[in-house]
Design a protein around this ligand. Structure first.
Ligand SMILES: Nc1nc(=O)c2c([nH]1)NC[C@@H]1CN(c3ccc(C(=O)N[C@@H](CCC(=O)O)C(=O)O)cc3)C=[N+]21
Length: 289
């Protein structure tokens, strides 16, 4: 039988910790601040940015939401980042990904002050993660996955973990966290070009699905009793919904769930944790200021 890992409930607990940390910071005279920059009008990005800003409000974190038109130039976006780097009221800066195609995202990420890079995407923070140097910021989604595994009581030590996906946002940092000292998993990183992906997956005690392909992981890919963390957030057409779409993960949940010891749903799994860990990172940054 499978246990559903309730990401919403774990996120609520993390946000409760955050609420207390905000109070402690304010007692010291520090109001934490997060700036969220959105370029363009991608509807999914608008939803995520909205919920980040709303969560800040609920916790008493100062937030600045900066929405720029699609035509914004690289130069203008860099100027916004520079202003936020210099603003003492802002402890965290996030430029929502993906930006429009004419923007060089890597250059933007490098322009963010690493000490305010609460996404953990700046090369300095990537290096610190690889070095297991805790003075960096850990990317929010993989940090949230690790917290979910912990809260679900999943033993990572010595476990075979298969990460499907090698992105700098999820797959790569996830692999680093799982193999780090203290977590001690044996990690395989697979991706869409891996030979015999189903066979690799079947070796896993823990599957982290982060490929961005709706319902790609099928029941016969997953060993009986495995733990499955579904990072996918895919919008698929659904005429029966008012919105015209529904959200689905990278895992074929209805057929996979009965085989698992534990599994995260979509929505209500990893997504809410990403936001909760972003708040955590913002408070860590404010605490260092
Ligand atoms: N610089 C940057 N940092 C990010 O952290 C970042 C980003 N760019 N670009 C896009 C991805 C995606 N992401 C999500 C956050 C929350 C949910 C979330 O809360 N999902 C809800 C459902 C939300 C809905 O209804 O659409 C859930 O899964 O239950 C999903 C996805 C952050 N991202």
């Amino acid at each position: 039988m499978s246990k559903i890992i309730d990401g919403k409930a774990v996120a609520a607990a993390v946000l409760e910790e955050c609420r207390q940390e905000v109070e402690q910071l304010k007692a010291r005279g520090v109001t934490p601040g997060l700036a969220v920059v959105l370029v363009g009008e991608d509807p999914a990005s608008q939803v995520y940015v909205g919920s980040k800003v709303r969560t800040c409000g609920e916790l008493g974190i100062h937030s600045e939401k900066i929405v720029l038109p699609t035509e914004t130039t690289q130069e203008d976006l860099l100027a916004v980042v520079e202003r936020l780097n210099a603003d003492p009221a802002i402890h965290g800066i996030l430029v929502q990904s993906p930006p429009p195609p004419h923007i060089d995202e890597e250059a933007i990420v490098r322009a963010i002050d690493p000490a305010k890079d609460v996404d953990g995407f700046h090369p300095e923070n990537v290096a610190k993660l690889a070095l297991e140097d805790p003075s960096g910021f850990v990317p929010c989604t993989p940090a949230g996955c690790m917290r979910l595994l912990k809260e679900a009581g999943v033993e990572t030590k010595g476990a075979n973990a298969v990460v499907i996906g090698r992105s700098m946002i999820v797959g790569k940092p996830m692999a680093l966290l799982l193999m780090a000292k203290g977590s001690d998993a044996t990690v395989t990183v697979a991706h869409s070009r891996s030979k015999d992906l189903p066979g690799i997956c079947r070796q896993a005690d823990i599957v982290i699905a982060a490929v961005g392909r709706p319902e790609m992981v099928k029941a016969d890919w997953v060993r009986e009793g495995a733990v499955v963390i579904d990072v996918g957030i895919n919008r698929v057409e659904d005429a029966s919904r008012k919105s015209g779409f529904r959200l689905t993960g990278d895992v074929a949940y209805p057929e996979v769930a009965p085989k698992c010891a534990a599994i995260t749903p979509v929505p209500g799994g990893v997504g809410p944790m990403t936001i909760a860990m972003l708040m955590k990172n913002t408070l860590i940054s404010a605490g260092r200021s």
